[in-house]
Write a protein that binds this ligand. Structure first.
Ligand SMILES: C[S@@+](CC[C@H](N)C(=O)[O-])C[C@H]1O[C@@H](n2cnc3c(N)ncnc32)[C@H](O)[C@@H]1O
Length: 221
């Protein structure tokens, strides 16, 4: 899909996450973004968690009665996610899926999903992928949003770049919230909610500056 330099960059990023997750026990607590989204969408039923990491939010939504589908490119994390998800049976699944190579639709194929009750959820994903991957991802999601799904994003912003970090340095592409908003709009995804700032996503001793954004298809309510 991508030229070879871009592919090498993507492979390098995924290797980092494989090493990061190898042998780690998943966090048993959901993020504050997960709780915020659940409160906002009490009638929704399906969460497609793209770049699900250790699956903490996918598993939490499943524990709340939702169908949780976690997608990630890191095999290391998916093994542990699948083990922890067994308790929820068919309602919780984890699938290896790589942005730029696999479409989200392909990962959902064969499963009856009501897109009007589905959230495509991407927490702390956008700053972890390249600009080209973000383009691919938004284009891919926009086809689901056009059919009734919503996109829910939380990501580190440019204001976060100089703030102290807990984890060792690794690839991070801090997000310009207005640019993201424009990209979504240009793909017919209407921004129905946007909030930027600190105090939203505490992580260990960090208080990162983030953007929260929710998009729906223009014409959908
Ligand atoms: C910062 S972690 C976020 C994990 C989780 N969503 C959370 O909030 O804790 C970024 C995740 O994106 C995944 N990722 C990075 N590049 C990817 C790609 N090209 N396709 C799919 N997943 C990718 C990584 O494996 C990692 O799990």
């Amino acid at each position: 899909m991508f030229a070879s330099i871009e592919s090498r960059k993507m492979d390098h990023i995924i290797r980092y996450w494989d090493t990061f997750y190898a042998g780690r026990r998943g966090n048993p607590e959901p993020t504050s973004f997960a709780r915020f989204i659940e409160r906002r969408f009490p009638d929704h039923t399906t969460l497609v968690d793209v770049g699900c990491g250790d699956g903490r939010d996918t598993l939490w939504f499943a524990s709340r009665g939702w169908s949780g589908i976690g997608l990630d490119a890191s095999n290391a994390t998916l093994v542990e996610c699948a083990r922890r998800g067994e308790t929820f049976g068919e309602r919780c699944r984890f699938v290896r899926s790589e942005i730029g190579r696999d479409s989200i639709d392909a990962a959902l194929r064969g499963h009856a999903i009501d897109l009007r009750k589905t959230l495509v959820y991407a927490r702390f994903l956008l700053h972890a992928i390249t600009d080209a991957e973000e383009h691919w991802f938004l284009e891919d999601v926009s086809s689901l949003v056009a059919r009734g799904a919503r996109l829910c994003v939380e990501a580190r912003t440019v204001e976060d770049a100089s703030l102290p970090k807990v984890e060792a340095p690794h690839y991070r592409r801090f997000i310009e919230a207005r640019t993201l908003e424009e990209r979504c709009r240009s793909l017919d995804m209407e921004v129905e909610f946007m909030q930027c700032g600190k105090g939203l996503a505490p992580y260990k001793s960090e208080d990162p500056a983030v953007v929260r954004m929710i998009c729906r298809g223009s014409g959908n309510v």
